[in-house]
Write a protein that binds this ligand. Sequence first.
Ligand code: ASP
Length: 466
Amino acid sequence: MKRIYNSETPKYLGKEVKIYGWVNTRRDHGGIVFLDLRDISGLVQAVLKPEIAGDVRPEWVVCLEGFVKERPERMRNLKIATGKIEIEAQNLEILSKAKTLPFAVDTDGYEISEEKRLRYRYLDLRRERMKRNLQARQKVIHFTREFLIKNGFIEVETPILTKSTPEGARDFLVPARLQAGKFYALPQSPQQYKQLLMIAGLEKYFQIARCLRDEDPRADRQAEHTQLDIEMSFVEQEDILDLVERLYTSLVKTIFPEKKITKIPFPRITYKTAMEKYKSEKPDLRRDRKNSDELAFAFIVDFPLFTPQTKEDFFYGSGTAKFAPSHHMFTAPKKEDIPLLNSDPLKVKSYQHDFVLNGREIGGGSIRIHDSKIQNKIFDLIGFTEKQKKQFTHFLKAFEYGVPPHGGIAPGIDRFLAVVLNEPNIREVMAFPKTGDNCDLMMDSPSEVTEEQLKELHLKISKKKK
Ligand code: ASP
């Protein structure tokens, strides 16, 4: 007999079926045993004679064969999709036994300590809420792909082993075994690659890109996060915003029809107005903050190109220059403000655009510099030494061979999902997140490596954490 999913069982009324899954619950009722069985599609109830049920317990993996029967009216459970039927078991095969789980998986799980949940993530993901979140994530990514491909975009994968790009965070470094003393960096984002793809003439690029940043512990940050990375040639800022607005309105309508978008077109608010009117560069524009189904999108534009540089901006220049980029160093200054680069850089406005949802920044981007002279000027203003500039030789060189005007954006997939699914944290929408201090408790990573491995990589550990 072919296996069917639990959700399909009602279609087989009166017939014999074979199902596989986990025992969700067991109830013994004088001479009869009820099992709720769980598979990816949901729950179904089975009725067993005690001799067939044996000592089967919750979370054991079983194969059950039996007849689909209608339940008597008063026994129906309308809370589950298969609640009008049950399976009268003929046979139960135990495929794998389970110890008692460290926590319940038939609740939403918020009551359990996060440490425990992450340590046993494979069990935590058994809960209905987590499965629904991962399914919603896949729907969002699938919809996005289809939408962009239909709109003429090409999806390109860019390297994970790459070179340090100072984009406002610390790089994760990977020692190069074959080049003693040299390091790759993991990408903070594919920023340089996507701009180079514009120089290559691809015109409309996207990627569901993993971004890796070695940040200090901060709420709602992860060492790895996923962005919808977009870049386009021959566009103005409004073309990028319009694309994102069309994508997110149709995505919400299709995948989350119960949600209401506060305002379409999404408001475009200048940085100055946002700060004056809402005292925030990511204002919450919901009409009713208690309504969990409201989505208030907005774009913030006209940011200053620079902020005064602080010690935290060590990755730019010497850490002692006066200016740091508000977004990143490839963001173009507004045309009319270019003369101010010499006289009053802090007054220069840029073509940066932030994408905001319910008071959270869920993405950012800009029109880029496509003139190597201006790019060089920005490097000077943020205090790049000649040596640091040299790290960008490849980039500036590419600018000598015909660069289309271009720009892009990168909405965060995790953050969007957390807001739309009303989850308190992006960890709830990721399969295998890390803790606030970047540890994977399940894999026990990061971990020590052997002396031989270190030697091969030409590395010596000078200080170990106790
Ligand atoms: N690379 C930028 C970021 O990760 C996004 C962009 O400018 O497109 O914030």
